[in-house]
Write a protein that binds this ligand. Structure first.
Ligand SMILES: [Zn+2]
Length: 251
């Protein structure tokens, strides 16, 4: 092949490559600007495109209640709520990571909460030292994703009861729970729930003696929610088709 023809061919190839790259960047930029592609979604799409392992795995954030702030409830014998929540958050995170969920453990007022966009946020707390028994789960009173929040609460309630044998402490969710500060800090699209795993008073045997069951209950509740939220493959060729409560259809 003559030299000038080879050079021309190289030039054309280079131009083609640059145009393709430019178009790709443009498509992503427009998608992000129109809000159709959020950050994690872009990485998910890219992860699928490039078949990179890990990028499309769900993300979960756990708050170890009172961690880095105060002790929470404190009993006469010195047992503090924060000792239980930090232990449980670490155990739950380990269980979720074993299932391939990218999990971070945050402090009560962790700066990372601001605008946090994850597939689920769960804050772990323990009730007071009075001799009562039972657990509670609640989500934000004011939310833009009521169905998904309710789904998270339902999953946590069901799986936690099954794993621990503990009963629901009925109708005692407080405004502290519904108006929980972290619900207002995270992104509108982040489903969130707060769980009071039992009473330091009446449920001490479970909380201190069987913490692995408590963590299992929380982890199973979150996995149940992620499983229900995962989009199921549709027979159409359109991956953008809306899926009920889908991970990929943030509102
Ligand atoms: Zn608390």
């Amino acid at each position: 092949m003559p030299l000038d023809r080879l050079e021309r061919l190289q030039t054309w190839l280079l131009r083609g490559l640059l145009i393709t790259l430019g178009l790709l960047v443009l498509v992503i930029a427009v998608g992000v600007q129109q809000g159709r592609l959020t950050g994690p979604r872009v990485s998910r799409k890219l992860g699928q495109l490039l078949a990179l392992p890990g990028l499309d795995r769900p993300r979960v954030a756990l708050i170890a209640g009172h961690s880095g702030f105060d002790t929470g409830a404190m009993c006469d014998d010195g047992l503090m709520e924060v000792m239980i929540t930090e232990d449980l958050a670490a155990r739950t995170a380990e269980l979720l990571r074993e299932e391939g969920v990218r999990t971070s453990v945050l402090k009560e007022y962790d700066p990372e909460l601001e605008g946090l966009l994850v597939d689920a946020l769960v804050s772990i707390h323990v009730d007071s030292c009075i001799p009562l028994s039972g657990f509670k789960v609640a989500s934000a009173e004011e939310t833009r994703i009521p169905e998904r929040d309710a789904q998270l609460v339902a999953c946590l309630t069901d799986r936690y009861a099954k794993a621990t044998g503990l009963g629901l402490h009925p109708n005692t969710e407080t405004s502290d729970m519904f108006g929980y500060h972290a619900f207002q800090r995270v992104a509108d699209e982040t489903p969130g729930a707060i769980i009071e795993v039992g009473f330091l008073g009446g449920d001490r045997e479970l909380l201190q003696g069987r913490p692995e069951q408590v963590a299992e209950g929380i982890a199973q509740g979150i996995l149940c929610f992620l499983e229900e939220a995962r989009p199921t493959p549709t027979p159409t060729n359109n991956p953008e088709s809306p899926v009920r409560g889908g991970l990929q259809s943030p509102r």
